[in-house]
Design a protein around this ligand. Sequence first.
Ligand SMILES: [Zn+2]
Length: 472
Amino acid sequence: MNAFNEPQPVSEELLNQVNQAVTDEFAHRVGNLCDLVRIPGIAWPAFDPNNLQLSAAAVRDLFASLNIFDSVDIVTAKMGDTDQDGSPAILAHRAAKNGKPHFLLYSHHDVQPPGPESDWQTPAFEPTVKDGRIFGRGAADDKAGIVAHVAALSVLKQIAGDDFEVGISLFIEGEEEAGSESFRNFLNENQAALEADAIIVADSGNWTVEIPALTTTLRGVVTQQIEVRTLDHALHSGMYGGALPDATMALIRTLASLHNEDGSVAVPGLTHRPAAELPYSEEAFRKDSGLLDGVSTIGTGSLLSRIWTQPSITVIGMDTKPVDVASNTMLPSATAVISMRIAPGDDPDEATEKLRAHILANAPFGAKVTFGPHSSGRPFASDTEGWAFKIAKDALGKAFGHESVEMGVGGSIPFIADLTEVFPSAQILVTGVEDADSRAHSPNESVHLDTLKGAMVAEALMLLNANALSRA
Ligand SMILES: [Zn+2]
């Protein structure tokens, strides 16, 4: 749905102007980032929730100080169908004028727990600049995303003037790392204020420090518990073993049927797609993943397609007899939990049916299979033809001086599925400030200063370019 005229590439003149404006305020914005990193706002129950209030207030003040919004508020929503408030989020709004595009800018101000202090080379909540990077918990994920939005908006106002016409909604979440429990209610309750033509989700990464990326695909996930039963009670393995199938053996054979000899997924009918061709050697993959010497990779097709755009199946839990109480007994039943990643474009309900049909067809010896708890999350594939994607690709290429690439992410970002459901006509741009060395969620998390600057320039260019668009 292209409601706007074909965007024009950013001019050399505008690029120079934006580069200069970002350079002028960069030190100030790095200071903003460091102030945010000092607030340990963690949305897990074991941590002091007061820090999230402090962090939300600091973020609200940052955006309010731009003097561009009609309103900047701290807002909460209930978690799921409980009575409990989620973490404080920041919601701001400024209406579009003269039919210009409206953007929703997203990032989150909560962070992952730091883990053991001894694993950090510098204190987790004391931002430290070293080797061109800022180290600290949240320095990349996702407080850098927040200051990228702040700087982009500040530059938009400087260059396009106080009366710029592009519309802006802002949603800075406070519990992304803790599962976004109030996210869906928040979207539903604030739908009018969040409605947008394009959504910039600044919470992902770039291919390298030099090569910018848009994250264009995410895999979905299907989690399915299964129970396999073969006997109506446990039996002595000496007296009956050899003539009766025990449940553990039947479960193992059922699970073994989920993969082919080469380790690729054997469930028929699932979606498989190719991934972008980016340089990634098996050697680098082995090193990044810690695969042991002599152990081979599994699957077929390019490595990136195996982790981004093809299905995968992992058995993530099994209940049989624990080792420390093992006795010579044949178990009547055994249970496992299967986690299946599904390719962008696949449907979680259809994929679940295919998985179940495959399991029923492969349970050996007539073993009885029942399906227990099940959950799923939709995959994501962005619209790479729309005006917003074109603007983003042009802006990233100009800002970094290197054409941007399209990345996949093998995991799921459940809230992106929520965004696509609540705002089906919005184009979603998943951008980011991270690079391959950012170590989000790990000790010694950091953001590269050049990448941060590039992200600010790119986002300012996107907003300025959209400000010049007119409705078709
Ligand atoms: Zn994040």
